[in-house]
Design a protein around this ligand. Structure first.
Ligand code: GLU
Length: 323
């Protein structure tokens, strides 16, 4: 009996390995995202869906992991725990150049860009009863600036610095994951939280639809920041996304882009297949989340500072997007 089972198994395995036309083996890749109420998580799902549709052709099986965000994703891609990650464009720049969280570790030489995705805004969500109407009003308040693996943490610190606030002394800074922040705001445990994220998203919807009244705060007066760092640009959050928010006008702030990254160690054919599926089917991809509304094949090549992975470059050259 056991012998028979062994024989059946070895026949099956041999077929899988040597069947003509089929891939010798299936490649499993994992995409690092963010909290499940953000936009990275559904974005990882959207990318995985595009490539998994063709699993017979490519032999690739992509799965998604919820993580602490950009900084975690860069580090996990660099140490080989993840093959792909979604990472803010500013964090990609800092990782490649050995800045911010990578100051001690140095430049992340193996980091490779694949494409950029939706715009993300540095978003400050505050309880109306906290009295926070501008970034200056955070003094003395309990503010979640984000967990250490997140992208928003350094954005909050940069914004404070631009307006002369020392987050270690002038406020009570919390380091909680974005997925928990909306609940804590509603429960009265924090006064406000930062989230660098695409819109609309589940976290800001949750924060603005509870019993505690909430507004999204303008982050202005940070022109020195925008002048100093090439990766920051002015951004507007359309308030129509959040009918429950106590705002009268669209929100003015600054932002970055979400980008898709990998490691130089990930094989060219895997990166090529994912790039091709997303770009060849961009209209279908864009239907998967409203944050993708402004995506074009051309602007998906902007905001990248790491070298483009050769697998992606092969595709961009084939279709004439790059030389
Ligand atoms: N930008 C956030 C980060 O890097 C994640 C946003 C999201 O999950 O959509 O941590």
């Amino acid at each position: 009996m056991r012998k028979k089972l062994f024989m059946v198994l070895s026949v099956v395995m041999t077929c899988a390995l040597f069947a003509p036309g089929a891939h010798a083996k299936r490649v499993f890749v994992t995409i690092g995202t963010g909290g499940i109420t953000g936009v990275y998580y559904p974005t990882g799902g959207a990318i995985a869906k595009m490539v998994n549709k063709k699993k017979k052709e490519y032999g690739i099986r992509a799965t998604v992991e919820s993580t602490g965000g950009s900084v975690f994703n860069v580090n996990a891609v660099m140490n080989g725990d993840l093959e792909f990650g979604i990472v803010q464009s500013d964090r990609q720049y800092q990782a490649v150049n050995g800045l911010a969280e990578w100051k001690d570790k140095g430049p992340q030489k193996d980091l490779r860009a694949v494409f950029s995705i939706h715009p993300e805004s540095v978003t400050l969500i505050a309880a109306v009863d906290s009295g926070i109407k501008s970034i200056q009003d955070v003094r003395g308040k309990r503010i979640n600036i984000g967990n250490p693996g997140s992208g928003q943490r350094q954005n909050a610190i940069d914004a404070f610095e631009a307006v002369g606030i020392d987050y270690k002394k002038d406020l009570k800074a919390e380091s909680i994951k974005a997925s928990e922040a909306a609940g804590l705001l509603q429960d009265g445990r924090i006064d406000a939280f930062f989230y660098t994220v695409g819109h609309p998203n589940g976290s800001v919807k949750e924060a603005t639809s509870g019993a505690r009244k909430v507004r999204i705060v303008d982050i202005t007066g940070v022109d020195n920041l925008l002048a100093r760092y090439p990766y920051y640009a002015k951004a507007i959050i359309p308030i129509s996304n959040y009918p429950g928010a106590q705002n009268e006008k669209d929100v003015q702030t600054f932002g970055v882009k979400a980008t898709f990254v990998t490691s130089a160690k990930v094989p060219d054919d895997v990166v090529y297949a994912i790039t091709k599926e997303v770009f060849d089917n961009l209209d279908d991809f864009k239907k998967l989340h409203p944050a993708y509304a402004t995506l074009t094949r051309e602007n998906m090549l902007q905001g990248l500072s790491a070298p483009i992975h050769p697998g992606a470059l092969k595709y961009y050259r084939e279709v004439g997007l790059m030389k």
